[in-house]
Design a protein around this ligand. Structure first.
Ligand SMILES: Cc1ncc(COP(=O)(O)O)c(C=O)c1O
Length: 481
């Protein structure tokens, strides 16, 4: 493609945009359990308006845009208070959970390496910890040390952490909550362990930390997980998830300025402006931070509490509904409004069940098996789903019966043979393309509607192989016209 020689009329361009969205996930229907955190039009409108008003302002130099500095400092301050912090705590507004995590890890790593020259630092986390920590380790030349979760509760096991600490441990990670099963790790025990060894402890509250204090206020038993726990040195919390702010909104928080210092990158060695960045991004639109500030102001504590009341009711209904569906089992005891359920019935293929639900217009997320966590279906519950609960549970029961009655999907013999014979270490584009088309995937990575077989293929692979295959697939997907 080329940039069009002559500009096109505005309306024509807008019409194009609209038509391109035709096949996008229909999240406005309230039938999608993932990707979009939808609390209705009124809240979204406030975020949108504020976002557009500050779209062009640039937080690259906050001294030139004091409004942006104010948004950032006030949003961070509200988050610190929400998470039991005091006046020593500091933080920054970031573009999302991954950036918050990258920054917390950078602060810990740089500090560790200054004190331990020549030692390759390790991040210690549970199998259920988010992929962003692996990404951070990968980007920064660190190692990850992984402990397995309890096979019943899916919580991290403190004694396993204790046994895995080494002189290279630079950061211990706990999740509140973790994504896959929506359970909260025993943060007090992990933090006590970290403090006793003089190691930093990060709590990943990207998805859960905003909601959990409201759940506690509503009577749920949520153990301490935030700055109220001695030994927790940093936290990440996303506002673009359960804060219902437009995407590009998260915070990274530290217990004090000393702990944050190494997060800030400065460069005065080139010929342009002296660079001082507290975040990964340099130029930063004022849109997300203005929108986050405005959304928090508009919804307010009582508004969020009401939204959380609905989420708790929704979670209870789903957990109950899954338990009443023969063959299905909820994994762990979710404290967040994230629910994972598996099939204990060999006749009921969980990936086929996901396909059937998707065919009926629900978006649910299949999760592959991982060590002691069986293949399952994950639901991220948001307020927009709540009016659809009875219909969802009815369809869940119907689809479970249908999946059980149907012949279980199989990996085709051709694929099985190909998988057994391909040397994945020397996989090239041509072989990979052949494999894709044999698995029913079109050129450019078009996915078939029913994905049970693809999920079963991925599920049969060890993680390193899944990663390799997905790297090929994404290299294929971003194919320019
Ligand atoms: C627990 C947890 N941490 C980190 C992240 C990463 O957040 P983001 O997608 O905003 O980078 C997620 C995303 O779902 C999450 O659930």
């Amino acid at each position: 493609m080329r940039i069009p020689q002559q500009g096109r009329p505005k309306q024509e361009v807008f019409d194009d945009l609209k038509s391109f969205a035709r096949d996008d996930l229909a999240w406005r229907s309230g039938r999608a359990f993932g990707y979009v955190y939808n609390a209705g039009k009124d809240i979204a409108e406030v975020g949108k308006r504020a976002y557009m008003d500050f779209l062009s302002e640039n937080a690259l130099d906050p001294t030139e845009f004091p409004s942006l500095l104010r948004f950032e400092n006030e949003v961070v301050s509200m988050c610190i208070t929400h998470l039991g912090g005091d006046s020593e705590c500091v933080g920054n507004f970031t573009s999302g959970g991954t950036e918050s995590i990258l920054l917390a890890v950078k602060a810990a790593r740089d500090d560790f390496m200054a004190k331990n020259p020549g030692v390759k630092p390790q991040i210690l986390l549970c199998r259920t910890g988010h992929a962003a920590f692996y990404k951070a380790a990968h980007y920064y030349g660190m190692d990850t040390v992984i402990t397995e979760a309890d096979p019943e509760t899916f919580q991290a096991i403190p004694s396993a952490f204790g046994a895995a600490i080494t002189d290279r441990t630079c950061l211990i990670v706990g999740s509140a909550s973790q994504y896959a099963h929506g359970v909260v790790d025993p943060i007090e025990e992990l933090a006590a362990l970290a403090a006793s060894r003089g190691i930093r402890m990060h709590v990943d509250g990207c998805i859960g930390a905003f909601v959990l204090p409201f759940f506690r206020e509503l009577g749920d038993d949520i153990p301490p997980f935030d700055f109220s726990v001695p030994g927790v040195t940093s936290l990440s919390m996303d506002l673009h998830k359960y804060g219902y702010c437009p995407k590009g909104a998260s915070v990274v928080l530290h217990r004090n300025k000393d702990l944050r210092r190494a997060q800030i990158y400065t460069c005065a060695s080139w010929s342009g402006y002296t660079l001082a960045n507290p975040t990964v991004q340099s130029s930063r639109s004022g849109g997300p931070m203005a929108a986050a500030w405005a959304t928090l102001q508009h919804v307010g504590h009582d508004g969020y509490l009401e939204l959380c009341r609905g989420l708790l009711e929704g979670r209870r209904a789903i957990v109950e509904g899954v338990r009443q569906t023969p063959g299905l089992r909820v994994l762990g005891d979710p404290q967040m409004c994230l629910i994972a359920f598996t099939s204990d019935d060999p006749e009921l293929n969980i990936f086929h069940l996901a396909d059937l639900l998707i065919r009926r217009g629900w978006y649910v997320q299949p999760q592959l098996s991982m060590t002691n966590s069986p293949a399952n279906v994950h639901l991220t519950l948001t307020p927009a789903n709540l009016p659809h609960m009875p219909a969802f549970l009815q369809d869940l029961r119907a689809c479970a019966s249908e999946a059980r009655a149907a012949e279980s999907p199989q990996i085709s013999p051709f694929i099985q043979q190909a998988l057994a014979s391909i040397d994945f270490d020397s996989l090239d584009d041509a072989t990979f393309t052949q494999l894709l088309s044999a698995a029913g995937l079109g050129p450019g990575g078009d996915l078939p509607e029913d994905r049970a077989e693809i999920n079963m293929i991925l599920d049969s692979m060890v993680p390193a192989l899944r990663e390799r295959v997905l790297q090929f697939f994404f290299n294929e997907l971003y194919q320019q016209p």
